[in-house]
Design a binder for this molecule. Structure first.
Ligand code: SF4
Ligand code: SF4
Length: 353
């Protein structure tokens, strides 16, 4: 029996972290949270580029692994004879390994799947990236006080959708393979790992229990929330909220679930392409029609769209809710609009039964 199968909990000592990432990067396209100013953003591992696994969660959502911004959809060239040739970039087929993805971001991938893989059509580029992604997730030992994943049906050590779970301990990491793919990836660095001691296993069990018992507030009843939000279209709540919202779109760009995009044509007469770029339903131009009419001219309508989509339409359509409780929008909104208060407001509107 191989070592990882015999001892599921393996320890990587802190001194071996760089060697561990080198070993993974030698075999796979390794993606890690790279330092970008005072934030982190997933990108390809390089020895000379600092990474930081301490942000819970990383400031930029891991949806960048599945939805590059921008993403070229096709390219064109026109030769001297006027013949136009279209081409697409090859699909990602080689295994990519994402190290340190948090449970909230992995949950958010399922909401993105609903948009890009279901609804009667498949986005092949998204599917290729999704299928080729091995997720070495990371538990949140010290979740941000703004995080409320536990209210949204998850918890800081949720392993749902991961190929392996990493739990930071003092002096190193505990690694546990959860799928065959995760085990094969970890085996490439097996010489750097050792079986967890009884004391380390006890620490892991204690952390997991604490994470599972985290209670940042009352669990959200999505069926109830979907109903009260759906019934709120004429509620003055939205106009009041609109007096505060700046329409900056930050909330949607940091959100791991939001997936609005626009199409842009770039290039010149002889060559160019069409690309998909992130957009935001909070921008007035997002729904402006060619005639100039805009069905969501007012900020209140755009706010309704954002929250109705997250908590009403998604549930009605049998899709995952549009919020995983990562807390990023709470932290970044310049107008201090707190989605937890919106959830609480509409959850409290539920009729007593
Ligand atoms: S970040 Fe805040 S102010 Fe900006 S669009 Fe979102 S809710 Fe409005
Ligand atoms: S709506 Fe806010 S808290 Fe919810 S997943 Fe998006 S960024 Fe995170």
């Amino acid at each position: 029996m191989n070592r990882l199968a015999e001892h599921p909990l393996q320890i990587l000592d802190a001194k071996d972290l760089t060697a561990f990432m080198d070993a993974l990067a030698a075999g796979f396209d390794l993606q890690v949270p790279l330092v970008a100013g005072d934030a982190t953003r997933f990108g390809p591992y390089r020895k000379d580029a600092p990474c930081d696994f301490s942000q819970t969660p990383p400031a930029h959502p891991a949806k960048t692994l599945l939805l590059p911004n921008p993403e070229v959809l096709f390219r064109y060239t026109k030769d001297a004879g006027g013949r136009i040739t279209l081409s697409e970039d090859p699909l990602d087929a080689d295994l990519r390994v994402a190290l340190g993805v948090r449970a909230c971001d992995v949950r958010a991938f399922e909401a993105l799947d609903a948009v890009f893989l279901r609804r009667g059509r498949v986005d092949t580029a998204y599917q290729a990236r999704r299928d080729s992604l091995c997720i070495l997730g990371m538990g949140c030992v010290a979740p941000s006080p703004l995080c409320f994943c536990d209210r949204m049906g998850s918890h800081p050590f949720d392993t749902h959708g991961m190929d392996a779970l990493i739990i930071p301990l003092t002096g190193g990491w505990v690694l546990e393979a959860l799928t065959e793919r995760g085990r094969k990836v970890l085996e490439t660095a097996a010489s750097l790992l050792r079986a967890a001691s009884a004391e380390e296993k006890r620490q892991v069990a204690a952390l997991r229990t604490k994470g599972r018992e985290r209670k940042s507030g009352a669990p959200v009843d999505f069926e109830v929330l979907a109903g009260t939000v759906a019934a709120s279209y004429k509620d003055p709540f939205w106009e009041t909220l609109a007096t505060r919202c700046l329409g900056c779109g930050i909330c949607t760009f940091v959100c791991p679930v939001c997936s609005c995009f626009t199409l842009e044509d770039t290039g010149k007469t002889l060559s160019g392409g069409r690309q998909r770029a992130w957009d935001s339903c909070m921008f007035p131009a997002f729904t402006r029609e060619a005639s100039g009419h805009n069905p969501r001219e007012g900020m209140d309508r755009r706010l309704k769209q954002r929250f109705f989509h997250k908590f009403s339409y998604s549930i009605e359509n049998g899709e995952p809710p549009g919020c995983v409780g990562c807390g990023r929008c709470v932290e970044k909104c310049p107008a201090a609009i707190d989605i937890r208060e919106i959830v609480d407001f509409f959850s409290a509107e539920a009729p007593d039964v």
